[in-house]
Design a protein around this ligand. Structure first.
Ligand code: CA
Length: 268
């Protein structure tokens, strides 16, 4: 399905950024995947849109960075295909705005600028792929499919270091083995993995996992954290949750000086 071109004089409707990236499953047909195509050269845009649509993607088209940003704030896209040279603001501006608003939508740049500095600038700003034009529409679409597969793989798992969380099975695995977790333990561990090196207080945990906005004056957090830390020690010796007396708990890497990242390296 192709949607009509959104013109750049589109009015802006801002909303709070949420998790814009909700992938709909690695085995889903691409027809379920929604692509935002940002390209100001009509002929190129039409050719790309045709190829993507023929491959089963749903495509929204626009010709400016400003309208693209407005669209991304209204619609959940799975992939954004982005030209760099655009009328007012350029592609790097769009990437920086989108990322600063918290959107993690995978971005594939397609640009006629192929200098090292251009590629580096776009990737450092937060693009995921860079294709140098001229590129055939067929190849571009194939690359979008590849990026979609890669994004789906990393969306299915979250982790840090060797630790991986598996949401479907409520299990955690690491280089020492795997363990099943209760719903509360899984929710707790997810909180720490999503915010490595952030100190989480008992109040934070009570509120996020148990929904208490008051202290029930029980040791529910400490009991759960004790069990969770025991289970964690059985699956990894690279990641641990440390207790900070009187302050709370923090996920720390025990294997290296470098801080843990929040996503596993993609198996590219
Ligand atoms: Ca252009």
């Amino acid at each position: 399905m192709r949607r009509k071109l959104e013109r750049s004089n589109l009015s802006m409707h801002w909303r709070q950024p949420g998790h814009s990236f909700s992938f709909r499953g690695v085995n889903d047909r691409p027809s379920l995947l929604h692509v935002l195509l940002v390209e100001d050269e009509d002929a190129v845009r039409r050719a790309f849109a045709r190829a993507l649509t023929a491959d089963g993607f749903t495509v929204d088209e626009t010709d400016s960075a400003e309208s693209a940003l407005a669209l991304a704030n209204r619609t959940t896209y799975d992939i954004i295909v982005l030209d760099m040279s655009l009328p007012a603001h350029d592609g790097v501006w769009f990437i920086e705005e989108l990322r600063s608003q918290g959107f993690e939508t995978p971005i594939m740049v397609s640009s006629g600028r192929g200098a090292d500095a251009d590629v580096e600038g776009a990737l450092d700003a937060g693009a995921d792929e860079y294709v140098i034009k001229p590129v055939s529409a067929t190849t571009l679409s194939a690359r979008v499919r590849a990026l979609a597969r890669r994004a789906a793989r990393s969306a299915r798992r979250t982790g840090v270091g060797d630790l991986e969380l598996h949401a479907e099975s409520h299990t955690a695995s690491g280089s020492l083995g795997s363990t099943s977790l209760t719903a509360k333990e899984f929710a707790l561990l997810s909180l720490f993995v999503e915010q490595p090196r952030r100190l989480l207080s008992r109040d934070d945990l009570l509120q996020a996992v148990w929904g208490y906005s008051f202290d029930p004056e029980t040791s529910v957090v400490d009991v759960a954290m004790h069990r969770l830390r025991q289970k964690l020690a059985k699956v990894t010796d690279q990641i641990a949750i440390e207790s900070r007396r009187g302050a709370g708990f923090m996920l720390v890497a025990t294997f290296a000086a470098t801080p843990p990242g929040t996503t596993p390296s993609s198996p590219a």
